[in-house]
Design a protein around this ligand. Structure first.
Ligand code: ATP
Ligand code: MG
Length: 190
């Protein structure tokens, strides 16, 4: 029987070097410069970043105007525009059951070793499952926030400066501002 000792091929050596994958979760309603700054930094620190689009089933609501597919486009176009390609995007439906949420996410994503989040509940749930959790820096949180972008869209203020150029293009393409303004109307108006 031939011995395999000392027969390590190139593939074997590669397999011993573990890939470091990180997870980042958001609703991205819409994707803004705060998210972009954080993801850019994470992508430079790890081999691959898995970006989960949370509350994927929600769209056409004041707080959640954009579909998962539209948010997918915003994120992927913004990252590719900067030459960042080491990412995967996975939409995640809500399960409304905190105790099983991490398992639900795990069932949909490639294995990750580290989770980046500022959300206290997300932090708690992943820590309890044994994950390394890191808290990224907040970038100009007052302006770079989904709520502020949506508010400016509704009020006719400059929302474009808060999002990457690719997001402006996507939102124009889908008439996103008009959608949000129509969602804000009531059927009691004349
Ligand atoms: P909304 O106001 O709609 O809740 P958001 O700006 O909080 O939007 P989310 O998609 O809810 O965006 O958040 C995803 C993640 O991005 C969260 O962990 C949140 O803390 C983080 N985040 C949001 N804004 C910033 C920012 N300016 N800098 C760094 N991280 C941010
Ligand atoms: Mg938020």
């Amino acid at each position: 029987m031939p011995s395999c000792e000392g027969m390590l091929g190139f593939g074997d050596r590669v397999k011993t070097v573990k890939e470091r994958r990180a997870l980042y979760i958001g609703r991205f309603q819409p994707y803004h410069k705060g998210h972009h700054a954080v993801i850019r930094e994470i992508a430079s620190e790890v081999d691959e970043i898995i970006i989960c689009i949370g509350s994927a089933q929600h769209s056409h609501e004041i707080e959640n105007p954009f579909t998962a597919g539209e948010r997918y486009l915003m994120i992927s176009k913004s990252l590719r525009a900067e030459g960042i390609n080491n990412f995967y995007i996975v939409p995640i439906l809500d399960v409304n059951w905190n105790a099983v949420w991490v398992s639900h996410v795990e069932s949909l994503i490639p294995p990750v070793q580290v989770v980046y989040t500022n959300n206290p509940l997300t932090k708690r749930l992943f820590k309890e499952r044994g994950y390394e959790v890191r808290t990224p820096m907040l970038f100009n949180r007052k302006s770079f926030s989904g709520s502020e972008v949506r508010r400016r869209m509704l009020c006719g203020e400059n929302w474009e400066e808060l999002v990457p150029p690719a997001v402006v293009e996507v939102i124009r393409e889908i008439s996103g501002v008009e959608r949000l303004r129509e969602l804000a109307k009531s059927d009691k108006e004349g």
